[in-house]
Design a protein around this ligand. Structure first.
Ligand code: ADP
Ligand code: MG
Length: 626
């Protein structure tokens, strides 16, 4: 029996590992299974090149819990280690650098700035075990050996009579880690980290029911089979040509077993130069509550799950997507801020953006009708992308759609072409009319449509930001919401209308109305419009509404906390009612006319509520019986 000292510069790695990796101590299993997988793939390679003259067979990795002995066993049928190799690979760990590394990064590690692990690999088993045993038999013709260590630098290494090739790691679970002796806990970890690893992983057995015999003879038979945790050949590792739509959908549900919605479409990522990356991204149907999304993009390295926090790797606007990314080229033992400045990672992020825009363009070109159908579910991602990624903005111009309230979809160029002849104002500016809600702004939409104008339906929460951006990119274009003013003043095409009322009369009427309309919220404005327009119209100037919206969504942009709601009451001085109010000498009747007219205008803008609405209804009934 040999004994010696592990070549580490720290006296006791046990407390060190526990302390710094505590929040992540469940990764021990991922590390050990990764090692078992490596050992198996290495053997396969040696067999292939003829260096190992053994039967490769159908090796699997087995995980077993012994509750009585309080041990977890991880056993593989890989290449194993000779005693010499154990000395070399396990004892001479490049551990001298570990203390330095931990010292260097301990600040970022504290606030979870460091993702994953430190590459401590095998030694992470001491996070959960007070003692670790390795029993291993090399594929070479040499006896097996047994290594035991309790986390202190002392270990023992002796010969063992094991005959089967491979390695068994036995963890003697520490008292504070006994949760890992629970079957459900280990199953959960295997499902989380190892679901798509390349070598089959067995965890216990299960019963399988099969039908044997035929016709009347047929009977059900129960057999006990290995419970294999993983799918060693997940879809993203296959070439896209081998996969059908159905395969992609199935993989989506394999990835997110609790997700019942179907994805809208997928993007297969596959690149090996200048970096290595594979994966499948899915565009999901986005629920309105973006915060509540628990199924996120998962990051893998060589089919080992790493994290579902892909911030910094995937462009922010695409973090709303789902799917997997597998890349060994993403440095993980670094802080997030470092990650964002890493050249490779930047390239990866740009590549993903490019692939996504190419796919969108292709979908738009191949089947525009279908693309339009999906528009509502994807637009928010695209809008966000146009706002946050200059490159994406450029590309998206080709396929970004502007839906109308009537249900047509225009590209930017189509839209411009369509409205240029009718919606250009005197200064040559193109006026794009839009509504944010079909029903709430119905009256205003109708006024615009009666004039033959095209009205867009733009209803995303971030649309005001996108509009702002589009306006700053295109000089001679203005977006105006339909209720921003009387339709004729929004598109100043016509000459001023002749007014039926004289200037004196207008001023008189204005004063009368102002006595009945609260100044803090409403500004009375006189306007000569054609008599088909309503007598009173409540509008909200475009810039006012936009500032308010942006201060709300932009987290106090411009330093304005709570902007008050301000509206205009536009009076059509050419409408018959204007003259009637002005000429009425019975004060009570006049007041009633004004109240009724103002309430109707408010009603059209969804502003009549509560007490005011009740009073209006009451007054209206009274007028029916008088
Ligand atoms: P890494 O996997 O990054 O090399 P580890 O600390 O996880 O670091 O493992 C150290 C070394 O021990 C491995 O490189 C390998 O040579 C050896 N080893 C660990 N586990 C096994 C195993 N199950 N079978 C064969 N060799 C192993
Ligand atoms: Mg390892």
């Amino acid at each position: 029996m040999a004994s010696g000292k592990i070549n580490v510069s720290v006296e006791n790695i046990f407390p060190l590992i526990k302390k710094f990796l505590y929040s992540d101590h469940e990764i021990f299993l991922r590390e050990l299974i990764s090692n078992a997988t490596d050992a198996t793939t290495k053997l396969k390679h040696l067999c292939n090149i003829g260096e190992a003259k053994v039967e490769y067979g159908e090796p699997k990795i087995e995980v077993r819990i012994d509750k009585d002995k309080k041990t977890i066993h991880i056993q593989d049928q890989g290449l194993g280690m000779t005693a010499e190799e154990v000395e070399k690979y396990i004892n001479q760990v490049a551990f001298s650098g570990a203390e330095e590394f931990l010292n260097k990064y301990k600040d970022s590690a504290k606030d979870a700035g460091i993702i994953g692990h430190f590459g401590l690999g095998f030694y992470s088993s001491f996070m959960v075990a007070h003692q670790v045993e390795i029993i291993t038999k090399s594929y070479k013709d040499e006896p097996a050996c047994r290594w035991v260590c309790d986390g202190s630098p002392e270990y023992t290494l002796e010969a063992h009579d094991r005959q089967e090739r491979g390695t068994e790691i036995i963890l003697h679970i520490a008292e504070d880690s006994e949760e890992f002796l629970e079957e459900y806990r280990i199953r959960e970890l295997l499902k989380k980290y190892n679901k798509f690893m390349p070598i089959p992983i067995k965890f216990g057995t299960r019963e399988e029911t099969t039908t044997v015999g035929e016709g009347e003879e047929a009977k059900e038979e129960k057999t006990v089979v290995d419970d294999i945790i993983n799918n060693p050949n997940p879809a993203w590792t296959k070439p896209p040509t081998e996969l059908s739509d159905e395969d992609y959908k199935n993989f989506y549900h394999e990835l997110y077993p609790t997700q019942f919605e179907q994805p809208l479409f997928n993007i297969h990522l596959n690149v090996d130069y200048p970096f290595n990356l594979t994966g499948i991204l899915y565009f999901p149907k986005l629920s309105n509550d973006l915060q509540l999304q628990k199924d996120k993009i998962q990051l893998y390295q060589n089919q080992v799950y790493v994290t579902d926090n892909v911030e910094g790797i995937v462009p922010e606007f695409l973090t709303m997507l789902k799917g997997v990314i597998d890349s060994p080229d993403i440095p993980l033992n670094v802080s997030r801020s470092y990650l964002q400045s890493d050249g490779n990672v930047k390239k990866i992020s740009n590549y993903i953006t490019k692939k996504v825009s190419e796919k969108l363009k292709q979908l738009f070109k191949d089947n525009r009708e279908d693309f339009e159908k999906k528009w509502n579910d994807i637009k928010i991602v695209l809008e966000y992308g146009m706002l946050s990624e200059a490159k994406f903005y450029e590309k998206a111009t080709e396929f970004f759609l502007y839906p109308t309230v009537k249900g047509n979809y225009h590209t930017w160029d189509e839209l411009k072409e369509k409205i240029a002849p009718i919606q250009t104002d005197k200064e040559g500016k193109l006026i794009i009319l839009y509504a944010s809600h079909k029903d709430a702004q119905h009256a205003y939409i109708q006024h615009a449509e009666e004039k033959g104008y095209e009205v867009l339906l733009l209803d995303s929460p971030i649309i005001s930001h996108l509009i702002q951006k589009l306006e700053s990119e295109h000089e001679k274009i203005s977006f105006v919401r339909v209720d921003a003013g009387p339709i004729d003043t929004l598109i100043k095409k016509t000459e001023e209308m002749a007014s039926v009322l004289s200037d004196d009369e207008k001023n008189q009427l204005k004063t009368i109305l102002e006595n009945h309309i609260p100044k803090e919220t409403y500004t009375v404005q006189m306007e000569a419009m054609d008599s088909a327009q309503p007598p009173l119209l409540i509008t909200r100037p475009e810039f006012m509404r936009r500032m308010k919206e942006m201060s709300m969504h932009g987290g106090g942009m411009f330093g304005m906390g709570n902007m008050p709601d301000m509206y205009n009451v536009v009076v059509n001085t050419n409408h018959e009612l204007s003259a009637r109010i002005l000429k009425n000498e019975n004060e009570e009747e006049q007041t009633n006319l004004i109240k009724q007219a103002v309430d109707l205008a408010k009603l059209s803008q969804n502003l009549l509520q509560g007490e005011e609405l009740t009073a209006f209804v009451k007054r209206s009934y009274q007028q029916l019986v008088h």
